[in-house]
Design a protein around this ligand. Structure first.
Ligand code: HEM
Length: 437
């Protein structure tokens, strides 16, 4: 425990632009700026966005050491979710499990947890296997065809999560959701990084665009929910959402809450998985021997490759909390009202825990390794960790094994250009040649 005397002043960090602080650097190259900050200042780095003083000043502290991450994730009494990024997400996708807070969140989490038990999730293995086979059977037009891995993986992940949710495929909605995702993501990020944010009710061009895209997204989801209702209850998550009740109070979810959960599962549940699979396949696509072992049925290696893919390219590459009261991180004073950012992208490259950090090496996740719990946190941690973790891992390993058993994947580019949006995505196509084994 840090005693009062041990508390050093504020954390060190770059000053950046005199008026805008580090906002331009983050906008230009967020990942590079965070890594450079870590390299230069170490485990705790303070960034300023906006002017040095005054009401527009925003202070952000980034904590990179696993011990600090542990503390931030597991002490919700000190660190809440009431941050800009989550506010902006709420404006875009409503108040589902990802964006709710306090009592509302607790009730929702209690109500939804039974939908994601390992037994329930195992029940989706069959549809995941069918969808993986569909991708493997139908993707390349001919042996040796070049595909966009990201497009394939988005299609797979969206079909899996929509079948799990609705009990059938929602093919007509898939391309529309796929088109909307980068637009929403772009809007969310632009709004998060804005120093002055007008309320959405003000008719700025961006606010109008957000309202329009949000309406389009709700229309898609409402349409799916209405058709589902006509068909009657089945063995799917949406039927379970309708009948789910809070185990403590017996209270069901409201119609609006159900829609917001559907949206969260659709969005949180496909972008992330698609990204993780794309990056993993790109890396395996440069390492034929490793790939051959996964193709040969080494299930532990498939899992390790996916974990290693998410180490280098964590789809949820940053998250943040708000210090609700004065706090201390690694001996530095963190005043109430500070945004505390955690970045899996940076900590997953911490040289103390990850030797030769840029090398893709799944053996880091096979066998036993001594490492602090929060040296690796692609699914977050503490009470608000990802509810879909088992679902995503099962879905991911099923796809890797099915696709690689069928094809040799040869990635055409040495590296993927990254686009840090709401999730970490490839900046464009991820080209690979598929050759029948
Ligand atoms: C590789 C795939 C995935 C990754 C990397 C991932 C990552 C994460 C992370 C890091 C968080 C915590 C965010 C924070 O603390 O700020 C989170 C929360 C969440 N994830 Fe995932 N996720 C994945 C797949 C899924 C899937 C498949 C679903 C649902 C079907 C899902 C639904 C959610 C929900 C609802 C939350 C909010 C939980 C809460 O606050 O109680 N995720 N995810």
């Amino acid at each position: 425990m840090a005693t009062q005397q041990m508390v050093r002043s504020t954390a060190p960090g770059p000053t950046g632009h005199p008026v805008l602080g580090m906002a331009p650097a983050f906008r230009r190259d967020m990942l590079g700026t965070m890594l450079a900050g870590f390299g230069r200042y170490g485990d705790v780095v303070a960034y300023r966005f906006g002017p040095r003083w005054g009401p527009l000043t925003q202070r952000v502290v980034m904590a990179h050491h696993p011990d600090s991450i542990h503390e931030v994730f597991t002490t919700p009494r000190l660190y809440s979710r009431r941050t800009t990024a989550f506010q902006v997400l709420t404006e875009l996708i409503g108040t589902g499990l990802l964006t709710s807070d306090g009592e509302v969140w607790l009730r929702q989490r209690r109500t939804l947890q039974p939908l994601f038990t390992p037994r329930r999730v195992a029940g989706y293995a069959e549809l995941m296997t069918e969808e993986a086979a569909r991708i493997a059977d139908t993707s390349p037009v001919a042996d040796g065809a070049t595909v966009d891995l990201h497009e394939l993986m988005q299609r797979y992940a969206l079909r899996v999560v929509s079948r799990a949710l609705f009990g059938h495929d929602v093919d007509e909605a898939v391309p529309r959701m796929q088109r909307l995702m980068p637009v929403l993501s772009d809007l969310a990020l632009a709004r998060t990084l804005q120093i002055v944010r007008a309320p959405l009710a003000w008719p700025t061009p961006r606010a109008r665009r957000i309202s329009r895209e949000r309406a389009a997204q709700y229309a898609i989801v409402d349409g799916i929910i209405a058709r589902h209702a006509e068909r009657g209850a089945g063995d799917d998550m949406l039927s379970r959402l309708h009948s789910a009740t809070d185990p403590e109070t017996g209270q069901p979810l409201s119609t609006e809450e159900i829609r917001d959960q559907v949206l969260v599962f659709l969005l949180a549940g496909h972008e992330t998985t698609a990204g993780a699979l794309t990056f993993t396949l790109q890396e395996l696509g440069r390492q034929p021997e490793l790939q051959a072992r996964v193709a040969g049925g080494d299930a532990e290696l498939a899992r390790a490759a996916l974990l290693e893919g998410m180490r280098l390219y964590p789809p949820a590459y940053t998250t943040e909390r708000l210090a609700d009261v004065d706090a201390t991180i690694a001996g530095y004073h963190v005043p109430a009202g500070t945004r505390v950012m955690l970045s899996a992208y940076v900590t997953h490259r911490h040289p103390e825990f990850w030797p030769d950090p840029e090398r893709f090496d799944p053996s880091r996740f096979t066998g036993q390794h001594e490492r602090p719990r929060y040296a690796y946190f692609p699914f977050g941690g503490g009470p608000r960790s990802c509810i879909g973790e088992h679902f995503a891992m099962l879905e991911g390993t099923i796809l890797l094994r099915a696709l690689l058993a069928r094809y040799r994947v040869e990635a055409l580019d040495e590296r993927v250009r990254l686009a840090p949006m709401v999730t970490l995505r490839p900046a464009g196509e991820v080209r690979a040649t598929l050759r029948v084994r």
